[in-house]
Write a protein that binds this ligand. Structure first.
Ligand code: SF4
Length: 354
């Protein structure tokens, strides 16, 4: 996990708890995405359920290898081979249709026209390293033209104007000049702004951001977070924000899901995660973040490491690392999700009847 400093004595910004309309936008139920390889089956996403509401920012946190990115890629039907969605429902509500329609993304052909319409138009994604998404041999306006042409009828001349406006919207300096530049001519922060501009060019209702600020220095990270928050509020879009940086979660999210080994182990509004975490894994993650005003000689760490995907521990998969593990219970029985309140869920025997 990242070690950004979090000031837990300071209230989490009210913008994080801004009232959302609570109309469902994305409804994922029992999603399973597995990778069959010679050594066995890796259950990268193993029965994940969650909802994202219109205009809401949900952060997905956890250590590397816990299934955050594969969950996001499953929603986009962009799971790399040999991965496959083997079960579950991914319902996406299209409010722009009249009357509104619901698409089960899992049932759609990944290469079909419905999925192509959803990607970019309804759901867009930005990545940690924009260079992997941009073509190095085309100018930005050319690449934006391709995105726009797939979803809207625009001429090449209009596309240049739209690209300049899109770059202006993300506060890119000299947008006319940058629009005709190539990705390698830009700094890391400018490339990420350009990536956001391209992702938002069709005004999607859901933006999936997969660690978009991890590769940036802290000043640029703060600027990009401010920009994303401002655009989210202006466009009324929802965000699924994948990160392993709890400092970023405190700044941007309204709801948090904590993932461990392909499962959501705790899900709650951001304030409850920071001030009253329930799951021992969430508590351990929070304890390993440096805090202002709390001087320590050595930061707390989570003992051990994420297990090998081919030898998942029995019972609760976190039990070999858990300071609260109960022998005879936690190493035997798999904890089931327990709904503590309508907005809060935890999977841990400490809160069940085991
Ligand atoms: Fe720890 Fe047991 Fe809860 Fe797992 S179920 S997190 S081992 S207390």
């Amino acid at each position: 996990m990242e070690t950004n400093i979090v000031d837990t004595d300071m209230p989490i910004s009210d913008t994080n708890t801004a009232a959302t309309t609570l109309e469902p936008l994305l409804d994922v139920t029992n999603l399973k995405t597995h990778f069959k390889v010679r050594e066995g089956t890796v259950k990268s996403v193993d029965g994940v359920s969650f909802k994202i509401h219109k205009g809401q920012t949900t952060a997905v946190v956890g250590e590397s290898g816990c299934g955050k990115s594969i969950t996001a890629r499953s929603i986009m039907q962009l799971v790399p081979k040999p991965g496959k969605i083997v079960a579950g429902e991914i319902l996406f509500h299209r409010y722009q249709d009249s009357p509104p329609t619901v698409v089960d993304i899992h049932r759609e052909d990944p290469n079909g026209s419905a999925m192509r319409r959803l990607r970019g138009n309804d759901i867009a994604m930005i990545f940690q390293e924009p260079m992997t998404s941009f073509s190095p041999v085309h100018s930005l306006s050319n690449q934006m033209y391709e995105t726009l042409r797939n979803h809207k009828k625009v001429s090449r001349k209009d596309a240049l104007e739209l690209s300049i406006n899109a770059l202006r919207r993300v506060k890119m300096p000299k947008p006319e000049q940058i629009a005709v530049s190539y990705p390698h001519q830009l700094s890391g922060g400018m490339r990420q702004r350009a990536m956001i501009a391209m992702a938002l060019s069709c005004e999607p209702s859901l933006l999936i951001a997969d660690e978009p600020t991890t590769a940036l220095d802290v000043t640029t990270e703060a600027q990009i977070l401010d920009l994303l928050r401002e655009l989210r509020d202006r466009l009324g879009m929802a965000m699924m924000f994948i990160t392993h940086n709890l400092g970023v979660v405190a700044e941007i999210a309204e709801h948090v899901q904590v993932m461990y080994l392909g499962k959501v182990v705790e899900s709650a509004p951001v304030r409850q995660i920071f001030y009253d975490a329930k799951h021992p894994y969430t508590k351990s993650l929070l304890m390993s973040v440096p805090q202002l005003n709390h001087k320590v000689d050595r930061l707390a760490t989570i003992q051990g490491s994420v297990p090998d995907p081919f030898s998942i521990p029995t019972g609760c998969p976190f039990h070999p690392r858990c300071p609260d593990a109960m022998p005879g219970v936690c190493d035997v029985k798999v904890p089931q999700p327990l709904q503590l309140t309508p907005e809060r869920q935890v999977s841990c025997h400490l809160y069940g009847d085991a």
